[in-house]
Design a protein around this ligand. Structure first.
Ligand SMILES: [Ca+2]
Length: 337
């Protein structure tokens, strides 16, 4: 009897062996490990940051050699002093001509823009008149440039990017990149051989990507040249000549709705042909207004002067809708009255 442990003592022993003293020390170790790991992570992040800067330095060579020696030190307590400054060779490009204009660069001319950070910048003419900020994607003015070109030329762009009136096509890829950043309006300026001017504006101008052959979309028309891009005034014309929803066609890549042939071959330039067109701004440059031929292949806007009149000057330009000219003072005070 005396050897038997009382039940309550047994219970006490069991409870004390399972006391939280052991678990507490486990938790302690765990916390310690955790803090070590955090420290290590921080070190690795610092190193990554340094290596990124170092890589940037090598790629762009924006630092002086004396500064680069700082990268060999282990710790990174001087981040601020290592950051590149805009006073070096690091050039920040504007995404389009509106951004150029917003930086108070309000002179017409060529600027290097970069709509996508992962692609190379390129030259474009910025039309800073007409309340400013227009990115010109196409221009015809003297007939010096050959627009009867193949798919790859229209994809990448061609022409001269120097003089005020140089002719060019900015390139379907560049136009696509500009348009994917947000809603854009398209404005087309037209001048005939008497110097008379007309214009057409289309809201919500869009292109699909190359897989869909740069299919064309646009919204509401306004202007005084007539809504030729939609094909003209009557339904029959619209059915066969509207450019809305059409894919891009060149002489070597036929995506038009003309089954018996290729509209680009007949009309001497790449365009969003239907079967075939009411507008042909990349057509042949005639140095007179009226022209004759087997095809209406001039630079035509059918709702103004018809298909047998080739225009002297045309330009296509894009800009975000509701672009506000910051210079004009048309902002906060105008609503208060
Ligand atoms: Ca065809």
């Amino acid at each position: 009897m005396g050897l038997l442990m009382p039940w309550w003592l047994l219970l006490l022993l069991l409870v004390s062996f399972g006391s939280p003293a052991h678990r507490f020390s486990d938790k302690d170790i765990c916390l310690l490990d955790n803090s070590k790991l955090r420290q290590r992570l921080k070190q690795l992040q610092d190193m990554l940051y340094l290596y990124e800067l170092q890589l940037k330095d090598i790629l762009e060579n924006t630092y002086h050699k004396t500064k680069s020696s700082l990268f060999s030190s282990n710790r990174s307590t001087q981040h601020e002093t290592l950051l590149p400054t805009t006073s070096g060779n690091l050039i920040v490009y504007d995404q389009d001509c509106s951004a150029v204009y917003s930086r108070k660069k309000t002179k017409n001319g060529y600027y290097r823009i970069r709509p996508r950070a992962d692609r190379e910048p390129f030259l474009v003419y910025c039309d800073m008149s007409d309340s400013g900020g227009w990115t010109v994607i196409q221009r015809r003015s003297n007939g010096k440039e050959n627009f009867n070109r193949k798919w790859d030329d229209y994809k990448l762009g061609f022409g001269k990017f120097q003089g005020k009136n140089d002719e060019y096509w900015l390139g379907n890829d560049h136009i696509y990149d500009l348009l994917t950043r947000g809603e854009s309006s398209l404005k087309i300026d037209l001048v005939d051989w008497h110097g008379e001017r007309r214009y057409a504006v289309y809201e919500n101008f869009q292109l699909n990507n190359e897989q869909d052959n740069y299919r064309l979309w646009f919204g509401t028309y306004s202007g005084n040249a007539g809504d030729a891009l939609s094909g003209g005034s009557n339904f029959v014309d619209q059915w066969s000549a509207s450019h809305k929803g059409m894919q891009f066609t060149t002489s070597d890549k036929d995506h038009d709705r003309f089954l018996a042939g290729n509209c680009a071959l007949e009309n001497k330039g790449g365009w969003w042909f239907n079967r075939c067109h009411a507008v042909n701004l990349n057509g042949r440059y005639y140095k007179t207004g009226r022209y004759n031929g087997s095809h209406d292949n001039g630079i035509t806007w059918s709702t103004w002067h018809g298909p047998w009149y080739s225009l002297r000057y045309v330009a296509m330009k894009i800009r975000a809708p509701f672009f506000v000219d910051s210079e004009s003072g048309d902002g906060e005070n105008s609503q208060g009255g």
